[in-house]
Design a protein around this ligand. Structure first.
Ligand SMILES: Cc1ncc(COP(=O)(O)O)c(C=O)c1O
Length: 391
């Protein structure tokens, strides 16, 4: 893939018709190195966040060997990665997916009910080599995408499930997810305090503990606590748990490893007042902007903008004929933004590419590797967070 200095360099050379995914593998590598250095356990990349071979290659190059996978297609993909340890962390799986995963070498499975435990035992032929994770429901605190309503078990039911799972598991683990884009570490404190009570109630030996994903990235309307605070708080709380001294830990970051590592570069096809019509949208990589009100950093890349030019709040419309294809924002761009301009939308690496579909004949992208720094960063100290949207 072509390597270019920046999105501005790319637009100067190409003037692309299609939207462009600008990859920054070096940013994924840096995030992975940070986690591997600071977290004293297995760092499992949540494969669903972004399956670009370039980003996964960068994570692998940095030392990532564990992967949280949530479907059979993800397993069939990830199983080709040398020395990969796959953890099938979706709490509800089809019987076929369990059977096939086991045939492909997966030994690590999550569950949150006795029905799922029975399925796993039956479909693996009563295997004695399973690492079984019981997913606990924990409250979402300051998280953008709470996950607690769909999965997780709690209270007496959780204690009973732990006791039953202990009988079937070679190793027993506890897992939870505080919700994606959690901006303060107290969510982890509350979750681990709940786990503390549960371990006492169930009275079973726990071999592993997975603190899940949910670690944040930077966005113009979201200024999370520093990543060091998350790690220090989590590790201090784990110290207080009634578990083995040498309990094996895991975390499953998705967003925090790849958000900074991909930009989207779009073109303005029309401007009508405060409405910009652009060549990607909610059916493409901007799902989170449309449906979860994410605000991403943006900058014009086809021409120099005078730093004193005011920014104005703009709304975005995607290329399809559907009026749901709308991103309300407000997105702050220079007042002079006009038809024919290209702008870079940064920190799109988590769940942007992963969700994009092909509605209305759209959904194809050009790609390039960009060598400059991301527009906002949790890890790089030399990044000037771009002058962009503030709500
Ligand atoms: C089980 C599990 N682990 C990890 C993740 C990654 O979460 P995040 O991208 O918020 O770190 C998810 C996301 O939905 C998940 O469902």
């Amino acid at each position: 893939m072509e390597k270019l200095a920046s999105a501005a360099d790319l637009i100067g050379k190409r003037r692309p018709e299609r939207p462009v995914r600008g990859l920054r593998p070096h940013a994924a590598g840096r995030a992975a190195r940070w986690f591997l250095e600071k977290f004293p356990g297995d760092v499992a990349y949540a494969y669903k966040a972004n399956n670009s071979a370039f980003l996964i290659g960068a994570l692998y190059g940095a030392g990532i060997r564990h992967f949280d996978v949530a479907s059979l297609p993800e397993i069939e993909d990830a199983v080709t990665i040398p020395e990969a340890h796959l953890h099938f962390m979706h709490p509800v799986k089809s019987r076929h997916a369990i059977r096939r995963a086991y045939e492909l070498g997966v030994r690590s499975f999550a569950l949150d009910g006795e029905d799922e435990l029975d399925k796993i035992i039956e479909e693996t032929g009563g295997a004695r080599d399973l690492l079984l994770w019981v997913r606990i429901a924990v409250p979402a605190i300051n998280s953008r995408i709470p996950l607690e309503r769909k999965f997780g078990v709690s209270g007496q039911k959780a204690a009973n499930l732990l006791i039953k799972t202990r009988q079937a598991a070679s190793e027993l683990g506890l897992t939870f997810h505080v919700g994606s884009q959690t901006t303060t570490p107290d969510a982890f404190v509350t979750a681990l305090a709940d786990l503390h009570k549960l371990i006492v109630k169930a009275g079973v030996m726990i071999d592993r503990l997975d603190v899940g994903g949910g670690f944040p990235s930077h966005y113009p309307d979201s200024d999370p606590a520093p990543m060091d605070d998350f790690m220090e708080t989590i590790l201090a709380e784990i110290e207080t748990l009634p578990v083995k001294e040498n309990i094996r830990l895991m975390c499953e970051p998705g967003r925090a490893l790849v958000a900074e590592a991909e930009s989207l570069i779009v073109r303005v096809d029309a401007r009508r007042g405060h409405d910009l019509y652009i060549n990607d949208g909610s059916y493409g990589m901007l799902f989170d902007a449309a449906h979860l009100s994410f605000i991403f950093p943006m900058r014009i890349v086809n021409r120099e903008i005078n730093p004193s030019e005011p920014l104005v709040p703009l709304e975005l419309w995607g290329p399809t004929c559907d009026s749901i294809d709308y991103m309300k924002g407000p997105f702050m761009l220079p007042a002079s933004t006009a038809e024919g301009d290209y702008f870079e939308i940064g920190n799109m690496g988590a769940y942007g590419r992963a969700i994009a579909g092909h509605f209305n004949g759209y959904g194809d992208y050009d790609e390039a590797i960009l060598l400059d720094e991301p527009m906002m960063s949790m890890y790089a100290t030399n990044v000037v967070q771009v002058r962009s949207a503030q709500r």
